[in-house]
Design a protein around this ligand. Structure first.
Ligand SMILES: [Fe+2]
Ligand SMILES: [Fe+2]
Length: 167
């Protein structure tokens, strides 16, 4: 059996380099997408899909609530474009959260989610992150806010479980 694909440790958020945390999330999404598309066992595919839905949900919340507002001034049009892409992706993610992987439409929806997500994260990495780096702004205040947002999110999730894709 392969090693489990694990999310980054939320207890050690890189506050002075928050983009690194986002990149780690992106790489996690890529690995899970790859596992979904290429694993041969049905159980492994299901597990990857469930993890991917949850990972994208958490990543989107973090970007929409803290990261995007914090860096919008670097390129407001691009951030608006990302928010539109999130909106479309969030709709698919929300639908999948209410489904089971055994439903006939699930596979097609997961594939659609994967295509949208991979396109979006590539765009952030190729078109926005370099621009952000060049803008040379102090990322620590944004990183601190992201850290506390995430800590609260994790805290809330332990109290009230979020809707999750059923097995
Ligand atoms: Fe995003
Ligand atoms: Fe992202």
């Amino acid at each position: 059996m392969d090693d489990p694909i694990t999310p980054r440790n939320t207890e050690s958020f890189p506050v002075d380099r928050p983009v690194e945390a986002l990149l780690q999330d992106h790489n996690l999404a890529r690995k899970l997408a790859d596992a979904y598309l290429n694993d041969t066992s049905m159980a492994a595919k299901k597990q990857a899909a469930i993890q991917l839905v949850q990972a994208l949900h958490a990543h989107s919340r973090l970007e929409e609530s803290v990261f995007y507002p914090g860096v919008r001034r670097v390129d407001p049009n691009m951030i608006s474009h990302f928010e539109e892409e999130h909106q479309k992706l969030d709709d698919v993610v929300a639908t999948l959260m209410g489904m089971t992987m055994d439903e006939p439409q699930a596979d097609q929806m997961v594939r659609e989610m994967i295509n949208m997500a991979l396109h979006h994260i590539q765009e952030e990495e190729d078109q926005f992150f370099p621009k952000l780096q060049q803008a040379n702004i102090d990322m620590t205040p944004i990183g601190l806010e992201m850290q506390s947002f995430e800590a609260n999110l994790v805290h809330t999730q332990t109290q009230v479980p979020p809707p999750r894709m059923r097995r």
